[in-house]
Write a protein of this length. Sequence first.
Length: 185
Amino acid sequence: MQSFSKNFLFPFILTFLFSGSLSAVSQTDQRREQLRTELRQSDSDTARVRILFRLGNQFIDGPSDSLMHYYSEALLIIEENLQQLEKEKDKNDLEELRQFKQLKLRVYIEFGIEYFFRSDYSKALDYYFRALHIAEELDDKETISECHSEIGIVYKTQGKYDLALKHNEEALFFAAYVNKPSWTA
């Protein structure tokens, strides 16, 4: 009887588990292909950037060259638009300029997270500080808080506790402005 269960049940269970994994992979691949199709069909730079973010976020669970690829593609579009908008600043809606700056700082935060996952703390800090600079320029207190929090995490990981504390206190200070109780609990 034991031989029967080994010879029959074990392969059956493996097949069942494997087929479930294939189904999940297939759905993920379909989702990515759907996003790529949307990207090809999109004629708005803002929409293309957001689709590239969604494609990159498909790989958000740890070090990923694919995440970096999609966010880098988004950054190229963002920088092209920012360059054009800066040239014509007085003619354009400043809200569009602000929107592209917010998209750029989101790329920098994601790059910082990615480099943190790779244990490249100097690059992570570089991108977090770039994002912080833009967030301060935009007076975006929520993102200022987020940047300080991320910087604090890197410094804590490096054992630089004084700097970690300083940035975590800054994060807490700015979190109080955005009225998110979970940030200040």
